[in-house]
Each structure stands twice: as structure tokens, then as C-alpha cells.
Design a binder for this molecule. Structure first.
Ligand code: ADP
Length: 549
């Protein structure tokens, strides 16, 4: 017998209009580059999104079309999310730091018809235009200098239109169309560090269910009273879905634009009274360094959600012990919208001594409802949940991708629909997942597997180490040898012998680095993650000892 409940589609336009009517005057703040701070609210965002939707239709955008963005996290980017999805089109966020060829490739594959670009990324928009079927580029900020066109293939060009002028001519009334909640709403390509970028196509339903999960008390814990700063850019899994979760809760949303580095980030958090901020570990390294060097404190900041890469225990200790800010460590990926697990201690962990609690929080945590997880050995057999046995993490759920966009590469989903993440890990008796490494980042030394995350986390326990990256480099005798690259903390003297002694005391014999190299910085991707593929290429032939200094 079927239940007698209405079948109303979960649509992003409904989410926005709900916020406009219930939380209409709740503020949305944005820090675009080279412009004064913008202060709007959900009511204004809905009105401007309707105008934009009318403008998109005027430019010939139809349901099912893809519109691309090359932009920082601002109110205008948010309006594009809602306007495109609202009319049944798809917002394709492109990472502006990809190579021109990659941008051209994915814009061509997505068949983007329109590109919205920050003034700083109009050059990248040219690559998208060259790639395919783009009919116009809309510049989001700044004035348009010179001819208002962008060169296209075959010597032609497409118009370059100013965003605000486009909106100014439009009515802010629009009756959003209703359609199936499984309609595509957003498209995000994986970074392509292990091959060609692959498109992940989110639906209205997946985004809204994900938003419900993200906002839960034991996940990001977002309420109306919060001021939320997503420091993961909008082109990184749509800021981890946080803009939708904030809209759902009616929380104040602070969009930082390009201000993602130590001082600027601290300034925005302090000025806006941010209570919850979310981002990758490298970003927090910058913030912690800034707070230490200036003595500034961020009394409003209650919680940081750290994800996208492993959060070292030393970062948890720094935030919680030094600055009184709770850390929640989360794991996920583009293919998972991105939320998979979060390490929020349980009620029974209340009395845990600090060190044990930190160890627990350094795990990636338990799956939220909506994500099923299992670990399997190489033969596909389930691995016991004993906190020790390692297997590949497989996931399934309504916001996990069922395949890639226009890509028929086999091998990522099994017959029962489980998606193989490429991450290896353990699950303990309480269901806490511990990611030991990405399969491709594991190092095999003399037949033994080394977890790069374990080595990096330990190195960062040494106060003289600000950042660390462990990579394997080819070695004739051992297969691979372990190279540890460290960025020293400002003003400290790095001692290789001390670091080696720490590794010898705490790691298995084979996990002790063969070599430690001191570097000024580590290469990071546009999403702020350390690019180990770049490091592996750079140090592939590293044989002579490089002195520390
Ligand atoms: P990219 O491939 O550009 O890093 P994603 O953001 O999709 O793109 O990366 C997802 C991957 O990042 C995961 O499969 C995992 O390897 C890693 N990751 C994400 N969060 C964590 C975490 N908390 N701990 C360890 N690894 C993580």
C-alpha cells in the first residue's frame, strides 16, 4: 500500500523561495574582488536570481542547457546557481586554475552555451569559447575595457556582456517552472590529476537531500543564528553544498570572494562575526600561522569543518587548545556532492582524555544517513570493522554519482551499484572510518605499504614543521623510496635529525623517510590541496641529499 502523501518535487527554486519568504531579510554578504563589500539578503537574492533567469532565457538558454562559471565565491555566483537550476538549466562550475586546454576540453564536452566569468578570468573564458558552443560571455564584475567581444574559433567572436546591466533590464517576477526533481542542476568536473577530468552531474534532489544532511547538528550544525563562511570555493563541489545548506537553514552566508589567505580570511571572519567556516587543511595552515604571528583571536568562530584532505592531529590541537575553536573533520569527494563522513565524537566519548579525543577526531568519521559505506579487499570481499583491517572504501547513496557525464569508462561502479572511491581505510567498531591514503598516494617501499597521511601527520607534530608532504619516488632497489618534504614554521629552525628521531620512534621501520627535504612552500591546486602529482614529477630523479636550510 502506498502512503497518502503529496509528491512535491524537491527543487532548488523552492529552496530559494522558501528562504526568501521565511528568512527574507537574513543577510548574504559577499566580498567580490576590487569592489566594496556587498550586503544583500535572501529576499534580494531571490529577486536578482529571477531577473537573471529572465535574462538567461532572453539569451536563449533553455532547460537542459549548460551554463558555465569561472568565478570566485560571490553573491553573483550564487545567483547563477539558483537562476540556472531554477529554469531547468545546469550550472557548470569550472575551476579557473585549470590549464586552458582542460577548460576548452570540458567546456566542449559540456557544450556550455554561456559563460559567466569574473573580470580576472575573462582570459580563461576565451579558452571555454574556443572549446565549443558558447554564445556569449557575461563579465561578473569590473568595467569592460576595450571591445566587448571575446575571440572565438575560426576568427569569429562572441559578445562580452556586463552582468549588472544584463540584470537591470529584467523584471524580478518569474514563476519558476516545475519539473522532475531528478533533473540535473549542477555539473562539476573532477580535477583530472589521475587522467582526464570527468563530469559529475548533480540533481535537484541530490543537492537538497545533501543540504538537509549537511545542516544537521552533528554534521556542520548550521542554524538560522549562524554566520557561515564556505572557504571551499564555489568551483570546488559547489562550496561543498554549503550555500544550499545555509539557504535551507536561513543562516547568514558570508561569501569570501578571493579572500582565502591567512590575514584576509581572519579579517572577514572577524568583521562578519563568522561562527562556522569550512575549508581544506592548507587554508587553515595559513590562518593558524596568521593568528599565531599577530596574536589575533576569533571569538565568534565556534567551529571549523576541515575536509578535502586529511586533517593532521596537530591542527585539531591548535584550533581546539590554542584558539578554542571546535574542529570537525569531514571526508568526501566531488563524486559524493561531497559529504561522506564526519568525525563528531559520540555521547559516550564525553569523558575521553584530550589526546584520545584528538585521535578520534583525526579519523574521517562516521557516515551520515544517506551514505552507505563498506570496505573491501582486492577480491571484493568485505573487510572486518575492527579499526585495523584496511580495504578500499566503497559508497552508495542518493547524492553519490551513478556514473560520469558523457563518459563510458567502466570500472568505478560494481554490479550492486557501489562506487569505488579509490581511497583506502579502516572502519572501527563504532563505525568511524579512518582513511589511510588514496590508493595512488600510497608508497610501496620494499614490499611494504606506507600511508603518506600517517607520515605527514606525525611530521606536523614537530612544532618546527608547518606543512608536510610524503611522496614515493622510483627506486631501483626498493621499488619506491619515501621522500618527506617539509615547510618549516616561520622563525623556527628545522632539524632533520630531530624529525628523523621522531619518525623512528613512532613509525614502522619501513615508514621512516629515506630523505627529508626542506622547501619554502608546497604546490597547491586551485582548491587548496597539495599537488602530490606535481611533487612526484618534480622529485622523480631526486638522488643526492638536499641539505636542510
Ligand atoms: P581532487 O581529486 O581534486 O582532490 P576531490 O575534492 O573530489 O577532488 O577529492 C576527493 C578526495 O580527497 C578523496 O577521495 C580523498 O582521497 C581526499 N579527501 C577528502 N577529504 C579527506 C579527508 N578528510 N581525509 C583524507 N583524504 C580526504
Amino acid at each position: 500500500m502506498l502512503g497518502l502523501m503529496m509528491e512535491r518535487p524537491l527543487l532548488l527554486s523552492g529552496l530559494l523561495e522558501h528562504a526568501a519568504s521565511v528568512h527574507g531579510d537574513r543577510e548574504i554578504v559577499s566580498y567580490p574582488a576590487d569592489e566594496p563589500v556587498y550586503r544583500g539578503d535572501y529576499g534580494k537574492t531571490a529577486a536578482r536570481s529571477r531577473r537573471l533567469a529572465n535574462a538567461m532565457r532572453g539569451l536563449g538558454v533553455h532547460a537542459g542547457d549548460r551554463v558555465a562559471t569561472l568565478a570566485c565565491s560571490t553573491h553573483r555566483h550564487l545567483e547563477i546557481f539558483y537562476a540556472a537550476a531554477g529554469i531547468g538549466a545546469i550550472c557548470h562550475t569550472i575551476n579557473p586554475r585549470l590549464h586552458a586546454e582542460q577548460i576548452a576540453f570540458i567546456a566542449a564536452q559540456a557544450e556550455d552555451v554561456l559563460v559567466f566569468a569574473d573580470a580576472a578570468f575573462v582570459v580563461q573564458a576565451e579558452a571555454a569559447v574556443r572549446g565549443g558552443q558558447v554564445r556569449a560571455v557575461v563579465q561578473l564584475d569590473g568595467g569592460i575595457a576595450g571591445p566587448a567581444v571575446v575571440p572565438a574559433a575560426n576568427g569569429g567572436s562572441v559578445p562580452l556582456l556586463p552582468y549588472e546591466a544584463l540584470l537591470a533590464g529584467q523584471a524580478d517576477v518569474l514563476s519558476w517552472p516545475e519539473f522532475d526533481e531528478n533533473t540535473a542542476a549542477g555539473l562539476c568536473y573532477t580535477s583530472g590529476t589521475t587522467g582526464k577530468p570527468r563530469g559529475v552531474l548533480y540533481s535537484h534532489r541530490s543537492q537538497i537531500l545533501h543540504a538537509f544532511a549537511v545542516a544537521l547538528p552533528d554534521v556542520a550544525g548550521i542554524s538560522e543564528a549562524d554566520s557561515v563562511l564556505p572557504a571551499a570555493p564555489m568551483f570546488h563541489v559547489q562550496s561543498w553544498g554549503i550555500p544550499y545548506a545555509a539557504t535551507l537553514a536561513g543562516a547568514r552566508l558570508v561569501l569570501p570572494g578571493p579572500r582565502l589567505h591567512g590575514a584576509a580570511l581572519a579579517e572577514v571572519i572577524a568583521a562578519e562575526g563568522v561562527t562556522i567556516a569550512l575549508g581544506v587543511p592548507t587554508l587553515w595552515v595559513g590562518l593558524i600561522r596568521y593568528l599565531r604571528s599577530t596574536g589575533q583571536r576569533l571569538p565568534t568562530l565556534r567551529r571549523v569543518i576541515v575536509g578535502g584532505a586529511a586533517c593532521p592531529p596537530s591542527m585539531i590541537t591548535a584550533f581546539q587548545q590554542e584558539f578554542g575553536i571546535e574542529v570537525r573533520h569531514a571526508w568526501g569527494m566531488t563524486e559524493m556532492s561531497p559529504l561522506g563522513t564526519i568525525a563528531t565524537p559520540c555521547a559516550k566519548h564525553g569523558g575521553l582524555p584530550e589526546e584520545a579525543r584528538t585521535r578520534l577526531q583525526a579519523k574521517q568519521g562516521r557516515p551520515v544517513f544517506g551514505v552507505e559505506i563498506r570496505i573491501e579487499d582486492e577480491a571484493g570481499r568485505p573487510v572486518p570493522h575492527d579499526g585495523r583491517s584496511i580495504g578500499e572504501v566503497k559508497v552508495r547513496g542518493p547524492w553519490v554519482c551513478s556514473g560520469y557525464y558523457r563518459c563510458d569508462e567502466p570500472g568505478t561502479h560494481d554490479a550492486e551499484g557501489w562506487f569505488a572511491t579509490g581511497d583506502l581505510g579502516t572502519i572501527d567498531e563504532d563505525g568511524f572510518v579512518h582513511i589511510t591514503d588514496r590508493r595512488k598516494d600510497l608508497i610501496k617501499f620494499a614490499g611494504e605499504w606506507i600511508s603518506s597521511i600517517e607520515v605527514e601527520s606525525l611530521a606536523m607534530e614537530n612544532p618546527a614543521v608547518m606543512q608536510a608532504a610524503a611522496i614515493g619516488i622510483p627506486d631501483e632497489k626498493w621499488g619506491e623510496k619515501l621522500l618527506l618534504l617539509v615547510v618549516p614554521s616561520p622563525g623556527s629552525t628545522m632539524r632533520e635529525d630531530e624529525l628523523l628521531a621522531l619518525c623512528r620512534a613512532r613509525l614502522a621501520k619501513w615508514s621512516v623517510p629515506t630523505r627529508i627535504i626542506c622547501v619554502a612552500s608546497l604546490p597547491t591546486s586551485a582548491t587548496g590541496k597539495v599537488q602530490k602529482n606535481v611533487l612526484r614529477a618534480q622529485y622523480a630523479r631526486c638522488t643526492p641529499a638536499v641539505p636542510l636550510g
